[in-house]
Design a protein around this ligand. Structure first.
Ligand SMILES: [Zn+2]
Length: 366
């Protein structure tokens, strides 16, 4: 989303992600979702002169003076062209882009999203994220967060690497079979970003009392499939006022959300989001539990990647403060066979037995 125009007089440059092209008598300024159509042809020349001038750092006044000296555009057109550049996140501080910096491409993404990249990167470096589950989704989210510069990752999993994991848990190798997933993952993350503190905890996630052993964090990501775990995590996070995000797959559907921010968004219990055995019919509930007892997920690499990438992006948005997480008050599923979106909207229920007393948390990232 384009940001408000800048009004200070600091030198800026044309962002490297800006491209210009003409299609069907319309000039398009920008690229991707911030592309702006410019149909008034008299704006094209001043716009391109300005864009060309901003290939090196200049202030607004310097650029307008350059335009007056080099282009016959009237004052109104010059001002309109300038506003187009300023509205579309096209101009960024000259110091933002250092191609040699490890986070330089992400910095451009944050600027594209309308948020100062230095601020985002600083926030990410200060946060601690706990990953409950280091399998197909958790390990890929962990890799994305670690290489993005998250300060600390707590990796929780009691499982050991198995041969059947290797179709989707790409950070594990055949040589790792039999080793604890959390420890192998920590080793692999350190190899990829030594400044990220990766802290393995080999704990049985199904034992929900293990939650009490976890250190406090800025975000808890759950990608573990254990009966009752989601509800227990939700109660724990509402009580401790910890933001949490669910990421999973429902057979062939990649699912993430809702991102629960206690006191601000709906919690997991504000609306029934999944089908469960009926609480008022024990006999039927027993039969359903027996039938479901033989369930084995058809876990698939691409579907794991889809869920983990979209969840990781929302985690970064929330922690870094750029853009808006897509899973705020929403559980989203991407149908992998049909490329359809399935969205379950949620909102805070004033009568929710879990979160009704929760006040908004103070502050964001530590
Ligand atoms: Zn609730």
């Amino acid at each position: 989303m384009p940001s408000d125009p800048v009004h200070d007089d600091l030198p800026r440059v044309l962002a490297p992600y800006v491209r210009v092209g003409v299609q069907d008598a319309t000039l398009f300024l920008g690229f991707g979702s911030i592309r702006q159509p410019v149909r008034e042809q008299k704006l094209w020349e001043p716009l391109l002169h300005l864009a060309d001038h901003f290939r090196t750092p200049h202030t607004r006044e310097e650029a307008l003076a350059h335009l007056r000296a080099t282009c016959t555009a009237d004052t109104a057109s010059a001002e309109a062209a300038m506003l187009l550049l300023e509205h579309g996140n096209c101009l960024i501080p000259a110091s933002v882009y250092d191609p040699a910096d490890r986070y330089s491409r992400h910095a451009l993404f944050y600027e594209l999203s309308g948020t100062g990249s230095e601020q985002v990167q600083r926030r990410l470096g200060r946060v601690r994220v706990t990953l409950l589950g280091c399998g197909g989704i958790g390990s890929l989210i962990a890799a994305t967060l670690a290489t993005s510069g998250i300060g600390e990752l707590v990796l929780v999993d009691g499982d050991h690497v198995e041969l059947s994991n290797l179709t989707r848990q790409f950070l594990f190798t055949e040589a790792d079979i039999g080793l604890p997933k959390a420890e192998v993952l920590a080793r692999e993350l350190r190899r990829r970003n030594s400044s990220c503190r990766a802290r393995p905890m080999v704990l049985d996630i199904a034992d929900t009392s293990a939650l009490e052993l976890l250190p406090g964090c800025d975000l808890l990501v759950v990608s573990a499939d254990s009966p009752g775990l989601t509800e227990t995590v939700n109660r724990h996070c509402v009580t401790t006022r910890t933001a949490w995000l669910n990421a999973c797959y429902v057979n062939d559907i990649a699912v993430w959300g809702p991102l629960v921010i206690p006191g601000t968004t709906a919690c997991w219990d504000c609306r029934t989001l999944t089908a469960r055995p009926p609480e008022d019919d024990p006999e039927l509930a027993t039969l359903i539990t027996r039938v479901n007892g033989r369930y084995q997920a058809p876990s698939n690499g691409p579907v794991n990647m889809l869920a983990s990438s979209l969840a990781a992006l929302d985690a970064l948005r929330h922690l870094g403060g750029f853009g808006t997480p897509a899973s705020l008050n929403r559980r989203v599923g991407v149908w992998s066979h049909e490329l359809a979106l399935d969205q379950q909207e949620t909102e805070r229920d004033p009568a929710c037995p879990t979160c009704t007393e929760t006040a908004p948390a103070v502050g964001g990232a530590r």
